[in-house]
Design a protein around this ligand. Structure first.
Ligand code: FAD
Length: 284
């Protein structure tokens, strides 16, 4: 199907894009188009104007500023997955990038789009929660910072205000190691559910735990209670099992063709234990 009529606009700078969005509040940002274009073509949505930020120079950079990783919003999923520095310092991020969709979608889709789409089944949001990321957003009114844990507000809904563009993702190096595991019906599919676990160790004790859940509720979920329980503890079966039980307190599973609530609860606990074992508490 063809989408409803829309005006296409390709600004040369983020300021120009922000100015345009400021004057056209129903306009939508177009990044890699891997979620938005299918919605338009299936006529699940229509927009009067599309603002393509893909032609703005410098919107796809990946760089380390001291201890902070800065990823510009238009960085493609494939580039993030193949970036050696990210693979070394943030293994959880490259693991997640490699599990998103298929090479075609990964070559076009961007981290900014994956985050802003607000789909609870998208993979990057849970990783952002586990890593404690923060997002720089820009509009005609200036810039502001939104913490990842405040960003995902409801299904397909984020804390972005009208006219705001996610421009940069900032992630502190917590000297951690992490895993992103997802369970799907077939390769390249969205997850039935997924989990991001990021642990920083002091000797044999967990100094910081970051846990994000994919497709376990209306949004990506930050498992605060399980994180707090693990901090100061050793990694052992007893502590892992108790933390796994705490995860279930925040999930909102339904019985559907992906499986029963009981199945998903068991699966989540299994993936969590596998992720913690996979990290093995080996300090970086
Ligand atoms: P777009 O489609 O361009 O935009 C998505 C939404 O975000 C739009 O509402 C747009 O306005 C908004 N937006 C985009 N960038 C910004 C910005 N910088 N500031 C403000 N708003 C912005 N995703 C997964 O995570 N895991 C999967 O397994 C997965 N499987 C898929 C399989 C297929 C076949 C397809 C087609 C998609 C799949 N996806 C999956 C979804 C897709 O990978 C992501 O949603 C995609 O990366 C979105 O990025 P994009 O750049 O294409 O965003």
């Amino acid at each position: 199907m063809f989408p409803d009529k829309f005006e296409y606009y390709a600004p040369k700078s983020i300021e120009e894009a922000a100015e345009f969005l400021n004057g056209h509040e129903d306009a939508k940002v177009l990044a890699g188009g891997q979620s938005l274009i299918p919605l338009l073509k299936l006529r699940f949505t229509s927009v009067p104007q599309l603002v393509d930020i893909g032609r703005i120079k410098g919107m796809d950079g990946i760089l380390f500023q001291g201890k902070t990783l800065e990823i510009a919003a238009m960085a493609r999923t494939a580039d993030i997955g193949e970036n050696q520095e990210i693979r070394k310092n943030f293994p959880i991020l490259s693991e997640a990038a490699g599990l998103i969709a298929d090479p075609l979608v990964r070559n076009m889709g961007t981290i900014g789009g994956d985050i802003c789409h607000g789909d609870p089944a998208n993979d990057f949001p849970a990783v952002m929660l586990a890593l404690g990321a923060e997002f720089e957003v820009t509009s005609a009114r200036g810039k502001r910072i939104i913490q990842a844990e405040d960003f995902f507000t409801d299904i397909f809904t984020t804390a972005l205000n009208t006219g705001e563009i996610l421009t940069k993702i900032k992630i502190e190096d917590n000297k951690s190691s992490g895993r992103y595991l997802k369970y799907t019906k077939y390769a390249g599919d969205f997850s039935i559910l997924g989990i991001a676990v990021d642990l920083s160790m002091d000797g044999t004790k967990i100094r910081r735990a970051g846990i994000g859940l994919t497709n376990c509720g209306a949004t990506a979920l930050k498992a605060r209670k399980a994180e707090e329980f693990l901090e100061g503890k050793e990694i052992n079966d007893e502590n892992t099992a108790k933390a796994a039980d705490l995860l279930l307190k925040i999930t909102d599973f339904v019985d559907d063709d992906n499986g029963s609530t009981k199945f998903k609860e068991k699966l989540l606990k299994y993936l969590f234990k596998k992720a913690v074992k996979g990290i093995g508490g080996v300090p970086k």
